[in-house]
Design a protein around this ligand. Structure first.
Ligand SMILES: Nc1ncnc2c1ncn2[C@@H]1O[C@H](COP(=O)(O)OP(=O)(O)OP(=O)(O)O)[C@@H](O)[C@H]1O
Ligand SMILES: [Mg+2]
Length: 350
C-alpha cells in the first residue's frame, strides 16, 4: 500500500512562503507528476513528503497515518534525485545494497533483492563496477535500483532524467514506465519535460507559485485546461491566445486555440495573414503568421509543407476547439464541446 494525502500544506523559509496550502490525494499505485515553472515549489513539496523538510503547517498522511513526526527513513519512502548521489568507492552492487545492509537485513536477502533489481534495470553486467566506470544513464539506473531494493511504499523522483541525453532519456523513460507497471508502486515524479509528464503520468499536478492550478489526467489538462495558466503551460508549441474582442465575443476576455487546431490554406479561410517564419521539423511544420484579424498565430501542421516567409495564407480554426477564458483567466464552461468552447462561435469576415 502507498496512498498519500496532503492537507493544506504550507511551507515558509523565513518570511518567504513557498507552499501556500497544498491539498492532494494520491491513490495507491498511482503515477503522479508535478510540473510547474522553476521555483514554484515542486522540490520543496517532494522534500516535505519525504520528511527532508518540515511543513510549516498542514498534514502529510501515508496510508492514512500522519507522518509529520516520523523520521524520513521510517516513512517507507525512497527518493531519487537528479544528481545520482552514489558512493564513488563502492561497487554498483554495494551501492544498491547499502541501505539494506545499514538496516541489518541478512546478507543472502540483500543479494537476492539486489539481483532482482539489477535484472529489472539491465544492470547485471555492471554490478562489480564503481560509479566512475558507468555512463550517466547507467548511474541513474543504479540510483533507481537502490530505491527499488528498499521496496518503498512511495517512490519520489526529482527530475531523475534531466542530466541524460535525449536518446537515453527516452530509454530510461520507457524503463520507468515498465517499472511502474511491474512494481505497481506509487510514484511521484517531478519533471520539466512535457513529454515525460504526458507519457508517464496517470495524473499531472500543475503548480504555480506555491499553489495547485489544476490536477487531472494528461488529456484532461490538454483538452480541458481550467485556466489560462494551465492552457499556456501544457502543450508545445504553446496555445495561441487571442483578444476575444477581436472575434466579437462579448463574454470572454481571451480565446485560446492550440496550434494543431488551426488549418491553413493559400486560397481562403477565416483569418488572412502573412507567414513570418517557418520551422520544418520533419514530422511537423510550425508556421508563424502575422494576421490582421487576430495578431500573431502559431500553426502546427502534420508532415512537410512548402510554406515560406512572406507567403499570404488564410488560417481557419477547427470548430469546437476554442477555449474561452474570462477576465480572471478562468475557463468559461458554456457550449457543449466539453472544453468550454462554444459549438458555434462568431465568425467575423476576413
Ligand atoms: N532551504 C531553502 N531556504 C530558502 N529558500 C528556499 C530553500 N529551498 C527552496 N527555497 C526557495 O523556495 C522556492 C521553491 O523552490 P523549489 O526548489 O521547491 O522550486 P522548484 O519548483 O523545485 O524549482 P526547479 O524547477 O528550479 O527545481 C524558491 O524560490 C527557492 O529559492
Ligand atoms: Mg526542483
Amino acid at each position: 500500500m502507498g496512498s498519500l494525502q496532503l492537507k493544506t500544506i504550507r511551507k515558509a523559509f523565513g518570511s518567504h512562503e513557498v507552499l501556500k496550502g497544498i491539498d492532494l490525494d494520491v491513490k495507491d499505485g498511482e503515477f503522479v507528476i508535478f510540473v510547474g515553472p522553476s521555483g514554484c515549489g515542486k522540490s520543496t513539496l517532494l522534500r516535505t513528503i519525504a520528511g527532508l523538510e518540515d511543513a510549516t503547517s498542514g498534514s502529510v498522511q501515508i496510508d492514512g497515518v500522519e507522518v509529520g513526526h516520523v523520521a524520513p527513513a521510517k516513512r517507507g519512502i525512497a527518493m531519487v534525485f537528479q544528481s545520482y548521489a552514489l558512493y564513488p568507492h563502492l561497487t554498483v552492487k554495494d551501492n544498491m545494497g547499502l541501505g539494506l545492509k545499514q538496516a541489518g537485513v541478512p546478507k543472502a536477502e540483500i543479494e537476492e533483492k539486489v539481483a532482482k533489481a539489477a535484472g529489472m534495470l539491465s544492470l547485471e553486467p555492471y554490478l562489480a563496477r564503481r560509479p566512475a566506470e558507468l555512463s550517466g544513464g547507467q548511474r541513474q539506473r543504479v540510483a533507481i535500483g537502490r530505491a527499488i531494493v528498499r521496496e518503498p511504499k512511495l517512490f519520489l523522483f526529482d527530475e531523475p532524467l534531466s542530466n541524460l541525453d535525449a536518446a537515453l532519456r527516452v530509454n530510461t523513460r520507457l524503463e520507468i514506465a515498465r517499472l511502474h507497471r511491474s512494481l505497481k508502486a506509487t510514484m511521484i515524479y517531478v519533471t520539466h519535460d512535457q513529454v515525460e509528464a504526458m507519457t508517464l503520468a496517470d495524473k499531472i499536478v500543475v503548480l504555480n507559485a506555491g499553489r495547485i492550478e489544476q490536477v487531472g489526467s494528461p488529456m484532461e489538462l490538454y483538452n480541458r485546461p481550467a485556466n489560462l495558466f494551465v492552457a499556456g503551460f501544457i502543450g508545445s508549441p504553446q496555445m495561441n491566445f487571442i483578444d476575444a474582442a477581436k472575434l466579437g465575443d462579448g463574454e470572454a476576455k481571451t480565446i485560446g486555440i492550440r496550434p494543431e487546431h488551426i488549418g491553413l490554406s493559400r486560397e481562403s479561410g477565416d483569418w488572412k495573414g502573412k507567414v513570418i517564419h517557418v520551422e520544418h521539423l520533419g514530422a511537423d511544420t510550425i508556421i508563424y503568421i502575422e494576421s490582421e484579424t487576430v495578431g500573431l498565430l502559431t500553426v502546427r501542421l502534420f508532415g512537410e509543407h512548402r510554406y515560406a516567409a512572406d507567403d499570404i495564407v488564410h488560417a481557419t480554426p477547427v470548430i469546437g476547439s476554442m477555449h474561452r477564458f474570462d477576465a480572471d483567466g478562468r475557463v468559461i464552461k458554456s457550449g457543449k464541446t466539453g472544453n468550454g468552447a462554444p459549438v458555434i462561435w462568431p465568425r467575423p469576415g476576413i
